[in-house]
Design a protein around this ligand. Structure first.
Ligand SMILES: [Zn+2]
Length: 241
């Protein structure tokens, strides 16, 4: 590089550094997207809601700048639409968890289709968006479930580990279990109808963040997986397609 060009570059660099900040820099800045291939990510997922404690949970998530994914049951979307609207407005992800929680592996395709469709419609009505991910009730799916999920263009999302909150219903046990099973790019199963889960959340989020976890949505976690409609993630033992 000639001396002339390099000194011009040096001047340019100084100019960039010294240039006054444009007025829009004063606006509240939007958080940069988290790259889960570079940093430690974890997705907390809450099933069967919106549960009656969803408002408190949303307050906590907001306070600690954490994102979550809610796999919603259509019947509760219908009865508690304001929570769903808030979830979407505050940057959380909403997924489809059927309308009334039947076991899809024991259901006719028409029933599965109806359960998914009614929930898509209810979420759309409540929050103006349609879920892109399906979590089959009980985490149970078969090839027939996969076919119907494909019709809706949705991959199916299970979990890497559970908090066992519904079984323990104990704040300390929920914290302990979740800290034990947390792993980079993990997907944790929880429930916002379990009061103790919502009570555990402030301390739990603090502990996870202290361990370096960024609490993100499921879509952030699976970004690199190239999931197709009807795919299941993580792939359960014995699953063949
Ligand atoms: Zn469920």
């Amino acid at each position: 590089m000639s001396r002339q060009i390099s000194s011009l570059l040096a001047i340019a660099a100084v100019c960039v550094t010294l240039a006054p900040a444009p007025a829009f820099a004063q606006a509240p800045k939007k958080a940069a997207p988290v790259d889960c291939e570079q940093v430690k990510c974890l997705a907390l997922t809450f099933d069967d809601g919106p549960g009656k404690y969803a408002g408190t949970l949303l307050d906590t998530l907001k306070k600690y700048d954490a994102k979550a994914t809610f796999f919603l049951e259509g019947q509760y979307v219908k009865s508690r639409p304001a929570f769903v609207k808030r979830m979407v407005a505050e940057g959380h992800e909403v997924g489809n968890h059927s309308y009334s929680h039947p076991d899809f592996t024991k259901s006719e395709p028409g029933t599965i289709r109806n359960e998914i469709k009614k929930t898509q419609d209810a979420v759309k009505k409540a929050a103006g968006v349609e879920p892109k991910l399906l979590r089959p009730p009980y985490g149970l799916a078969d090839l027939q479930t996969a076919d119907v999920a494909t019709e809706f263009g949705m991959p199916m999302i299970l979990w890497t580990a559970g908090s066992e909150d519904w079984a323990s219903k104990n704040v300390d046990a929920i914290k302990k279990k979740t800290m034990e099973v947390a792993q980079p790019n993990g997907i944790i199963l929880m429930h916002d109808w379990v009061k103790q889960t919502v009570d555990a959340m402030p301390a739990l989020i603090k502990s996870l963040q202290k361990k370096g976890y960024h609490l993100v949505t499921v879509s952030d976690i699976v970004k690199g997986q190239n999931l197709q409609p009807g795919d299941i993630f993580p792939v359960p033992a014995g699953w063949e397609k």
